[in-house]
Design a protein around this ligand. Structure first.
Ligand code: AMP
Ligand code: ZN
Length: 467
């Protein structure tokens, strides 16, 4: 059985065949780092994290690149507003990105290249396009001539005539054709700039992704992705630039994540209808957020509401109750061979894994995968008891955790850590002493001693150490 991926380019599910066996070259467009990211952006990041985790689970070595756009109009505007440099803004929000993404349990990409670190490569790329006649220079700007790339529009399934007719593009005297776009922008007053053969300037947005994908992964990559808003013009333009220059397909599979909406409108900074991921993380655990995001298929829009997050929270609790139940059974159950009546369920556990893989292989159907985990949990609750064989409970627990892995859920232990338990007992003892309940305080000290913990009263408060 092979993995199938819905390819925006062909509008159908296709069998996934990587260029190099056992290896995946994957690029996803990352954030423009001028603000905290919102929970809509988080959907796209979590989906690609899940795709990456699942491909790894299926044995592929994944090289995953996600860029930071650290130079563009929004970055410049923000820097001017705050009276700092564009680099300061980038530095700050890249660190903030990592904080939030780590808290959402998004695995770090293999590399997070920044546009400003690839200026030389970008200039080389643009130079090649000018030399090959795909781009033209106007007073220090460089534009891509979309009429020269015959397949322009193939990703978004529009002809260039339709695009031109439908475009409400301001008339720009400098451009030869309405759909042409900037590869290089001449410096304007107060903007950061780099030297180039066309004078000081900065790269356009689209060219950074073509350049970094090509430099870090090669001329043809396996998977390229982003949110659905990037299909046109961003990815269309990336294709035009890359294929015009390299004469090869840019990416074999194009994946796009549907919007996270608020009242059926895309969550976005410009509509001011957003929650930052950070705000939501203050109220909800990362695993709750991930379960909510992954409960729908990534190609269907989802509506955001706190009610739905609350539902995800109780759903996750149900799963963790089963984990807690199994952890308890493992502690108290007998380490013995399976009884005849246990063999059937022990073997049947494998079928849940098969169904899960079938669902995830089918274009990463996390919605079905999650309902399979719930089926598993329901059966575990009825079939496994304190009197069950330890190895049965252990197999079920391992399986639940294994299936949670690609989704980034069910990774926590339900047991309070020993240190937390010790701190709690010490606090309880302090309280008892304050209330002059010395009998209780002494009892807790004894209990801690039995756990191998010695208490020392110091002027700074109570310290503890292990015997
Ligand atoms: P940006 O920082 O706006 O370039 O967005 C970073 C990533 O988030 C891109 O892949 C966008 O397509 C994606 N994105 C932006 N808004 C949403 C949304 N409401 N739902 C899902 N993905 C989004
Ligand atoms: Zn991009």
């Amino acid at each position: 059985m092979a993995i199938k991926i819905y390819n925006t380019m062909t509008r159908q599910k296709e069998e996934f065949k990587p260029i190099n066996e056992g290896e995946v070259k994957m690029y996803a467009c990352g954030p423009t780092v001028y603000n905290y990211f919102h929970i809509g952006n988080a959907r796209t990041f979590i989906v690609f994290d899940t795709v990456r985790r699942y491909l790894e689970y299926r044995g592929y070595k994944v090289k995953f690149i996600q860029n930071f756009t650290d130079i563009d109009d929004k970055m410049i505007k923000k820097a001017n507003e705050e009276g700092v440099t564009v680099k300061d803004i980038a530095e700050k929000y890249i660190q903030e990105y990592y904080k939030d993404a780590d808290n959402l349990k998004i695995k770090r990409a293999t590399q997070n290249p920044r546009a400003t670190e690839y200026i030389n490569e970008i200039i080389e790329f643009v130079k090649d396009l000018v030399d090959k006649g795909y781009a033209y220079v106007v007073d220090g700007d460089v534009y891509f001539d979309t009429t020269k790339f015959k397949e322009y529009g193939k990703l978004s399934h529009q002809s260039i005539e339709d695009l031109e007719a439908g475009a409400r593009i301001e008339v720009d005297e400098r451009k030869r054709n309405p759909m042409d776009f900037a590869l290089w922008k001449a410096k304007k007053e107060g903007e950061p700039a780099w030297d180039s053969p066309w004078g000081p300037g900065r790269p356009g947005w689209h060219i950074e992704c073509s350049t970094m994908a090509c430099t870090l992964l090669g001329e043809t990559i396996d998977i390229h992705g982003g949110g659905a808003d990037l299909i046109f013009p961003h990815h269309e333009n990336e294709i035009a630039q890359s294929e015009a220059r390299n004469g090869k397909p840019f990416a074999n599979y194009w994946m796009h994540v549907a919007y996270l909406n608020v009242n059926n409108q895309k969550m976005s900074k410009s509509l001011n209808n957003f929650f930052t991921a950070r705000e939501i993380l203050e109220k909800y655990d990362a695993e709750v957020i991930r379960l909510f995001m992954l409960s729908g298929h990534y190609r269907n829009p989802i509506n955001f509401s706190l009610d739905l997050l609350d539902q995800a929270k109780s759903a996750l609790e149900r799963l963790y109750n089963a984990v807690a139940h199994l952890e308890h059974v493992i502690e108290v159950s007998e380490d013995r061979e399976l009884k005849d009546e246990e063999v059937e369920f022990y073997n049947r556990l494998d079928s849940f894994k098969e169904k899960y893989i079938e669902a995830m292989d089918d274009d990463f159907n996390t919605a079905d995968a999650i309902s399979i985990i719930f089926d598993l949990v329901r059966e575990v609750n009825t079939n496994i008891k304190e009197t069950s064989a330890k190895k049965l409970a252990q197999k079920a627990l391992n399986l639940i955790r294994e299936l949670g892995g690609p989704l980034g859920i069910l990774e926590k232990s339900t047991k309070v850590s020993l240190d937390e338990e010790i701190e709690r007992l010490i606090e309880e003892r302090q309280k008892a002493r304050k209330e002059k309940n010395y009998a209780l305080a002494d009892k807790i000290r004894e209990q801690l001693k039995e756990m191998g913990i010695i208490l020392e009263d110091t002027p700074q408060g109570v310290r503890w150490r292990r015997i």
